[in-house]
Design a protein around this ligand. Sequence first.
Ligand code: 5GP
Ligand code: MN
Length: 337
Amino acid sequence: MMDNIEELKSLLSSPQNITIIAHRNPDGDALGSALGLSAYLKQQGHLLKVVMPSEHPKVFNYMVGIDDMIIFDLKHDEAREALRSASLIFCLDFNGLDRVDKLGPVIADSEAKKVLIDHHLDPEPFADFVLSDTSASSTAELVYEFIVALGGAQDINIPIGEALFTGLITDTGSFKYNTRSQTYRVAAALKDRGVDDYYLNDKIFNSMKEKHLRILGHCLANRMKIIPEYGAAYIYLNRKDYIDFDIQRGDTEGIVNYLLKMDNIEMAGFISEQPTIVKLSLRSKGDISVQEICRTHFNGGGHKNASGGGVYKPLGWVLKKLEEVIPEHLTKREIIG
Ligand code: 5GP
Ligand code: MN
């Protein structure tokens, strides 16, 4: 837990003007940890605002307070103002101010006390209160622990629990990776508070539209490259694919994971050519650190087995670079017949 939690507790003993922010392209954990914590702190009598740098996947619309979020890409001034006027800023699910784009400097310049709750590697030292644990499954798991440390275990209601449980589900792929025994304790505790995990899994994973299956089919049939001698594979989408399949933000979520279903693949990439930037999502198994690859070559970072990055270069350049760096980070193997 945070070293100076008593100081934060005493701050929270009187009503505060709190703004919570999570990372760009918020995923289930960014949204769930932010909305769960927001609902809890609101219930405790604080004034709450939740800011996201960019829009969120619609699949998470069932979460408490999601419609009240201030999205920087849509409302620049309101988002800036929410951070400037705060007495306390919670930064959730990101480790450095470059993960919130133009809001980074606004946070850095703010007079507010800053709290960081996060599970990414190498957190930057910008916060006054830090709860950083890279062994946690998700930021939601840490937010649960934080609420318990504040004495709020019994105040967790179903909406708060659903938001936090969403973070657990999405950052662990339904408890398939990133888990530790504490993850299951937190899941059990949230279930005891009334969370229906069957309902949540159905909402999150069985909400695809025809379009999504067609995009997935296109990726697997026409855009998949396998590099068997290094146990690596990637999928790429070009700008024309985005137009032809009407691909919007979030439509390609999770596609990278299909590559790891092959028994001889230990590193997987999803590379997308977006209007100005080429984004990479890398995943790996075991000791292969895609965080190192993203950090060293693609202006990114994240976790050892799940990282991302972005480059302002042509798609072809990025794919060539990826193929060049794979031999530097992965071990060559014998290919038998
Ligand atoms: P995804 O591949 O799903 O976008 O992201 C996987 C992980 O990498 C997430 O934990 C995310 O926070 C991190 N990540 C994704 N893109 C970037 C990036 O551009 N920079 C950094 N530092 N981390 C990223
Ligand atoms: Mn997370």
